[in-house]
Design a protein around this ligand. Structure first.
Ligand SMILES: *[C@@H]1O[C@H](CO)[C@@H](O)[C@H](O)[C@H]1NC(C)=O
Ligand SMILES: *[C@@H]1O[C@H](CO)[C@@H](O)[C@H](O)[C@H]1NC(C)=O
Ligand SMILES: *[C@@H]1O[C@H](CO)[C@@H](O)[C@H](O)[C@H]1NC(C)=O
Length: 388
């Protein structure tokens, strides 16, 4: 590393961030539709949603039609194809998510006819619930499981919805199975839930139009002028205080010279000790290690493991039931795909962390440590360098 090089890099960064800033400014020239709502306490409606009758059709994206309920306007309703209307509780434009419920306070009834296939929306989390309609032993069943009040007519019949396999087995022997439904729940139940009233809001998300990034920068999304399909981001406010480009530039301006000063000072101190009196023998070792760190070729030579060591690590072929020695979840931390039956996984002997065999083999050829906890095998030379 020398001075002319770092100045070159610095100039490049300044040029690049300048370009980036200009790009954002160039988008801020498109006309906009105004935000609106059904009533002041109701969610703000803007692109991609639009309220029929209140806003021009060009203010909304196809499939995002919203209406207010007939008389009081106390509800903001989402109109989905092939479905009854859903009540919008909240819209998160930046995350491209919304929470919905039933306008008549009987969400399970809507769930039994839920069909999102021809809408732009999908679930963030799905959880499967099975609905049962029971007519016998109602006292006993309602003491054990939570019934859905709005679908039940107590002395005659009671309806339950359960995600639990054991409750499913129990109820299917004494009740009528109504349907099994994928529910777009607000957050997944990690605990064992026996039965649910299913009255909590549903969480839906949309992928297109992708306005989340624009919204999270404080901008607004809309159709390009005279277009009904191409969207653009506009009105992005200028950054407060120091721009990102400037802060990078400052970091580089201050950081690079400081680092160079530090390295020069360190080598000056080291050379002093090396050529000083006989009492400083340890200084040779320090300088050698330090130079090894700076020399990239030497560093790569010592960093990986040899093939025979890698081959010696314990392999496990996954059966139909996935059970690994140390629970690192069901996902390989290197390739981020789930373990499947019949795949081979490998464990690190020091920490027992698991990975796909071919993933960890490639990693270990380049790095001598566990990718999760950085534990190094004890038999590798210069392991303290590999760990640093
Ligand atoms: C949902 O509606 C589509 C028609 O848009 C239909 O083809 C599909 O079978 C329906 N799915 C369910 C589960 O009813
Ligand atoms: C449950 O069964 C009763 C008759 O026993 C019927 O009237 C009712 O509609 C059923 N409810 C559901 C949700 O299937
Ligand atoms: C948009 O269309 C109108 C008429 O259809 C035209 O007068 C106007 O110039 C167009 N604007 C742009 C930017 O193309």
């Amino acid at each position: 590393m020398n001075f002319p090089n770092s100045i070159l890099i610095l100039t490049y960064f300044l040029f690049f961030f300048n370009l980036h800033q200009k790009h954002i400014v160039a988008l801020a020239t498109i006309e906009t539709c105004l935000d609106t709502f059904c009533q002041t306490n109701q969610p703000l409606i803007r692109f991609p949603f639009h309220i029929e009758g209140k806003q021009a059709k060009t203010c909304g994206y196809q499939g995002f039609k919203v209406s207010c309920n007939e008389n009081e306007k106390t509800q903001t309703l989402l109109n989905l194809p092939y479905m009854k209307k859903l009540k919008i509780q909240k819209i998160n434009y930046a995350k491209q998510e919304l929470l919905v419920n039933d306008p008549n306070n009987c969400l399970p009834k809507q769930l039994l006819s839920l069909n999102l296939s021809s809408s732009p929306f999908d679930a963030v989390y799905y959880q499967q619930f099975t609905f049962f309609n029971c007519s016998f032993n109602l006292e006993y069943l309602t003491s054990k499981y939570k019934p859905i009040a709005c679908l039940s007519d107590f002395p005659k019949y009671v309806v339950f919805a359960t995600p639990s396999l054991s409750v499913f087995v129990h109820l299917s022997s004494i009740c009528d199975l109504v349907d099994t439904v994928n529910v777009p729940v607000k957050s997944p139940f990690f605990d064992q839930v026996l039965s649910s009233e299913l009255d909590d809001d549903l969480r839906l998300s949309w992928n297109s139009p992708a306005c989340g990034r624009c919204e999270s920068h404080g901008g607004r999304c809309g159709f390009q002028v005279n277009s009904t399909f191409e969207i653009d981001c506009y009105n992005v406010p200028p950054r407060q205080g120091i721009s990102r480009g400037a802060s990078y530039a400052i970091a580089i301006c201050v950081g690079v010279p400081s680092l160079l000063c530090f390295i020069s000072l360190l080598s000056w101190i080291c050379s002093k000790f090396r050529f000083g009196t006989h009492g400083w023998a340890w200084a040779h070792g320090t300088v050698a290690d330090f130079e090894a760190l700076l020399d990239p070729q030497q560093y790569t030579n010592i960093s990986g493991l040899d093939k025979s060591t890698i081959e010696s690590y314990r392999k496990i072929v996954i059966g139909d039931i996935i059970h690994l020695p140390k629970s690192n979840g069901k996902t390989c931390p290197i390739c981020l795909s789930d373990y499947m039956p019949k795949e081979t996984v490998k464990t690190m002997p020091e920490c027992e962390h698991c990975f796909h065999a071919q993933c960890i083999d490639e990693w270990l050829l380049l790095n001598a440590s566990c990718p999760i906890c950085r534990t190094s095998p004890t038999c590798v030379p210069s392991q303290n360098l590999a760990q640093s």
